[in-house]
Design a protein around this ligand. Sequence first.
Ligand code: UDX
Length: 440
Amino acid sequence: MSPMKQVLSVIGTGYLGATHAACMSSLGFTVIGIDTDPGKIEQLSKGELPFYEPGLDELLRTEVASGRLTFTTDFSAAAKADIHFICVGTPQKAGSLAADLTYVEGAVAAIAPHLKAGSLVVGKSTVPVGTAQKLLAQLSITAPQADLAWNPEFLREGFAVEDTLRPNRLVVGVTNDRAEEILKQVYAPILELKTPWIRADLPTAELVKVAANSFLATKISFINAMAEVCEAAGGDVTVLAQAIGYDPRIGNRFLQAGIGFGGGCLPKDIRAFMARAEELGAKQALEFLREIDAINLRARQRVIDLVRGELSDDLSLYSIAILGAAFKPDSDDVRDSPALDIAAQLSAAGANVTVHDPKAMPNAKKRFPALNFAPDAKNCVAGSDLVLHLTEWREYRDLNPTELFATVKNAIVIDGRNALDRDKWIAAGWKFHALGRTNA
Ligand code: UDX
């Protein structure tokens, strides 16, 4: 069968699935997106994206209009497809470090009765190592006519389309040549870009993803640990990061010190990895990730300590302006957002907290309705005793500190992302703090 005649299904149309479905449709495939959430499906069917992701809204609209991309809540629609991508979430289990596999297991069970002979189920969700092997064993009973592969996804929010259509590598975990061949055909347009192709066994493919995220988390916590030492020793972590980053073995990316990592992937992935290693009897090998997690959470506490040091232990007398709620810029995602966590903790400690974010306010409001929200950054800052810069949106770097100075009660700013122009803010009269940088 010609590769483009193959029909694809994408099970789970959240962040990963909606992006994958729209991108595969843009490569010319007929794609059926399936999800249990009727509200999400209704929106996607109209070509509307339920979350913010630069460039994806337009791509989704075009692909839905082309007729190649459709969405449904009916799992029997999978019967029309030859290849099925599993893109459902694997959140952290309540009360445990481990990943909750309910959705992955549910998705595979739901499509099993509809799988054609020779069809391939391709897992993209991030799962604990050993999951694929278990799912394959289940399929060999419920749908022996089908095969299973694992193809981890490395997309970054804010760059989801770019990372899907021009990934820096494609990793496929397979148990036979035929499955690899099918995936090579599916990804042929991406392979033409000379994208590295890595064939692995199932456990290695699963591990690649969590190993990559653990490395990235380690890099961030490393530089945040250096920030703590710089604060103690009177150094400047931004200069240190620049200097070590010139060594190509280290590299200058992911060395931005600040309030640390959050989001739907890094925090829960390192925790699930530790939990799985313990089950496998390899607990000690990943013991360091506990420290990575602790350094990361300590960065949030260091900001709160700085605030208390500048104002008072009794925060109920003060108004604090918080610029940023998303876990990173160019996203409206507030899952495990360090910015929103700090906002909520300060509010719980009695401060009058007002938050602004260019895109994430609706999601932040849903999570913490008791916080105040300002319509724009200037309004957020006006009348405050202290300003916290916690998500490095471009528009915050473009703010005019002289103009803001005239509107505040106390001109104190803490840059939790080391992204503001310190000299400019100091010249405008502000008392400026940043994590890991001693004030000159
Ligand atoms: C991440 C991985 O990058 C991606 O490959 C994986 O598939 C999913 O998880 P994402 O969650 O979109 O992607 O965010 P990422 O860009 O990795 O940032 C994660 C967090 O680290 C953010 O909260 C960000 O603010 C923080 N970060 C990043 C730093 O604190 N310092 C840095 O230098 C870089």
